[in-house]
Design a protein around this ligand. Sequence first.
Ligand SMILES: [Zn+2]
Length: 162
Amino acid sequence: MILPTTQILRQMADNADEKYNFYFQKTLKARKPENREIYREKYQKERIKHNRLCDLIMKVSLSIYGKKFSKLSDIQKQKIAKSYELSLERKVQRKHLFETTIRVSLFFFQSSLTADYGQFQCEKCSSIFYHSPARIMQGKELLYECVCGYCANNISGEYIYN
Ligand SMILES: [Zn+2]
């Protein structure tokens, strides 16, 4: 069996990342909720594919690295293992922070609840409102495309609107 090289795997991972971005943009632009769902499913699949490929790249490079690794002294090995461990930890922390952070972006400039930008319907509480709608993201995930200020405040736990 011929194993794929890390270069090929990297290309595949980049490709999945590109597709992810493509479908993610489509989700943002989709007007019909059912289309949004279709694109959301697609981009989530690409993300899983990308993560699996990255995992595989790491395993392949570790096995190549392992052969060189056996020639080092014990202290050198420990140092490398420790710094590798730390970098993984930091990566996980950063990823976790990014994925759990709620981000609210307003359609319009004013965050006043009395502003009048026309009529909108909240995706979460279904109420009709006139101030600037907000889009809610968590990490790369789109939670809501169009919510009212009260829901945006509630979800984010901050007084973004007042
Ligand atoms: Zn609402």
